[in-house]
Design a protein around this ligand. Sequence first.
Ligand SMILES: Cc1cc2nc3c(=O)[nH]c(=O)nc-3n(C[C@H](O)[C@H](O)[C@H](O)COP(=O)(O)OP(=O)(O)OC[C@H]3O[C@@H](n4cnc5c(N)ncnc54)[C@H](O)[C@@H]3O)c2cc1C
Length: 470
Amino acid sequence: MGGGVAGMSAACSLAEAGLSVRVVERRNCLGGRASSFLHPGVGEVIDNCQHVLFGCCTNLIGFYERIGVADRIHWTSEMTMIEPGGRRSVLGPSWLPAPLHSLPRFLAASAFTVGDKLALGRAFRVLMGPIPSNSTESLAVWLLRQKQTSGALNRFWRLVIASALNADIESISLPYAAKVIRELFMNSAEAGRMGVSTVPLGELNACAAEFLGRRDSSVLLNTAVESATWDSETSQWTLATAAGPLRSDFVVLALPFEAMSKLLPNMPSAEQAATLAAQLVRHEHWPICSVHLWFDREITNLEHAVLLDRQIHWMYNKGRTQPRRVSNGSYLELVVSASRDFAALPSDQAIARSVGELAEFFPAVRTARLEKAARVKETRATFGVFPGVDSARPTSASPWPHCFLAGDWTATGWPSTMESAARSGHLAAEAVCRSVGRPRIFLNPDLMPKGLMRFAGTGSVPSELGRRQA
Ligand SMILES: Cc1cc2nc3c(=O)[nH]c(=O)nc-3n(C[C@H](O)[C@H](O)[C@H](O)COP(=O)(O)OP(=O)(O)OC[C@H]3O[C@@H](n4cnc5c(N)ncnc54)[C@H](O)[C@@H]3O)c2cc1C
């Protein structure tokens, strides 16, 4: 139930294992929060937001490999940071062993003062040691103890956390922040490389439907499940939908937490249902906005950039990374993470502000003609990983028989990402296979830390949660 990354990865794994699977999806397309749609205002198929992955996202990559689209991801190891006015710093790996591989370019980066670099170095050194996975400290409190400068806070911590965890440093759990920093900047150059799709997300998702279609499985779109009943005599579930009842031997509930809350009162009563309800109410969503701009000319030859000290955080040059899209001119997407203020702005004001800020980084904007523009606001983009969040994340076991939970918010040890969704799908598929007496492993192993990171303290992050379940 639910055709997001979690539902698709569970379904494709199970279909590969020889089970006949049906994905029941409320909307008219697969992909959930990672999908494309025809924007009526601009007449273009756009992704609901730029989605990036990293080399450490082994389960998402495993899912893409399974459905045959891994070659549509374009990888890059360089990240250009731009200050208002245009001064650039390029971060990226060198020949040095991890975690020193990024050091030479970091030391040369003009975006940070000597004081910022010393402060960041101190914090990174502490992160090489273990951070207890049950720590309930927020990142902000920890950073205060690490005596971070305002440059380090604003140009590194706030920016990285907003981009990777879509929240502010005050509300983020230290172990999750530590996990992200280690994976993206410390463990290895491979783990930290960034991938973007060279085609709209909808094209990747369509390949999941084709994969299922070739394996005695199918996708049922425009079908919301309203309630579910369990018959212990026939050992079957009946799902109620507007199109009529659907029967199945097993169910994977791969819904976002608010949809799960809505369905819960319409599920059979069960002992553990109250515990699940109590976990669900603890979650909170954070917004992400994207601003899509079509100009009559090239604005920059960069594929993407981090924009410092302004409300817009990232620029993605979609005309370059998805070359089929633009014949003349350029198509840029700007991403504003973790900003409820920006999300509250009316669309035209949000676009005007974004274009104004963009011109501070790329002067070509001032002379270019903006041909069309759209702002996409996702108020329920991601869930926050607040201190103590793990006790609100259930495993794939559900309160009901023959029924398993998936979704990015379940206990994967990862923040709200496609990787977490893919992991949860793989874990739920493993649980189904165990139940039918045909155990299979679908969870893709983590990348091993390299260089000096092989000797760094482990157990800093709750990724062991996913492993234990497996
Ligand atoms: C704007 C934005 C930017 C993001 N950027 C990134 C990024 O750069 N990198 C990254 O890794 N992640 C990113 N994410 C997060 C990522 O998209 C999600 O973590 C992931 O897609 C969640 O997948 P899921 O399958 O768990 O849930 P969902 O994608 O929410 O899928 C759940 C599905 O269930 C369906 N459904 C709900 N109720 C019912 C019902 N009753 N019956 C049937 N179907 C139902 C929904 O329609 C939906 O399709 C971003 C998210 C957003 C919104």
